[in-house]
Design a protein around this ligand. Structure first.
Ligand code: HEC
Length: 101
C-alpha cells in the first residue's frame, strides 16, 4: 500500500508541467479500475482496443462519442454503457491516465 502511494506520487510528479488542462492521473487510475477487465491493467487492450499511448484528446473525444450514443465500432453496445456513467472530470482524468501509460 505504501509503495503504491509512493509510486502514484512519483507518477504524478513526473507528469507535472507536461500536461496543462489535463485531468488528474491519480484519480484517473482509480476511475480506470472498472475498465481493466476489457482494456487491460496497463491499457494494453483485450476485449476492447488498446488505450495506452493514445493522445488524451482522442480518448476524451471517443468517450464523449460513446456517451452521446454514437455508433463507433462493431462492439459499441458493449462500451457505450461504460461511458454513460462517466462525468466530464472522470473522462479527463481517465484520459490523462491512459495517455501516460
Ligand atoms: C465490457 C468490456 C468493456 C469495459 C468494462 C470497458 N470497455 Fe471500453 N471498449 C470496449 C470495447 C469492446 C470497445 C470497442 C467498441 C466498439 O466496437 O465501438 C471499447 C472502446 C473503448 C474506447 C475507444 C478506443 C478506440 O481506440 O477506439 C475507449 C476510449 C474506451 N473503450 C474506454 C473505456 C473506459 C475508460 C472504460 C472504463 C470506464 C471502459 N472502456 C470499459 C469494452 C469495454
Amino acid at each position: 500500500m505504501k509503495n503504491t502511494m509512493i509510486a502514484l506520487a512519483v507518477a504524478g510528479l513526473m507528469t507535472l508541467g507536461t500536461t496543462s488542462q489535463a485531468g488528474d492521473i491519480t484519480a484517473g487510475k482509480s476511475a480506470y479500475s472498472t475498465c481493466v477487465g476489457c482494456h487491460g491493467a496497463n491499457g494494453e487492450g483485450g476485449v476492447g482496443p488498446k488505450l495506452a499511448g493514445q493522445p488524451a484528446a482522442d480518448i476524451v473525444q471517443k468517450l464523449n462519442d460513446y456517451k452521446a450514443g454514437k455508433q463507433m465500432g462493431p462492439m459499441t453496445s458493449m462500451m457505450a454503457p461504460m461511458a454513460t456513467g462517466l462525468s466530464d472530470s472522470d473522462i479527463a482524468n481517465i484520459a490523462a491516465y491512459t495517455s501516460s501509460l
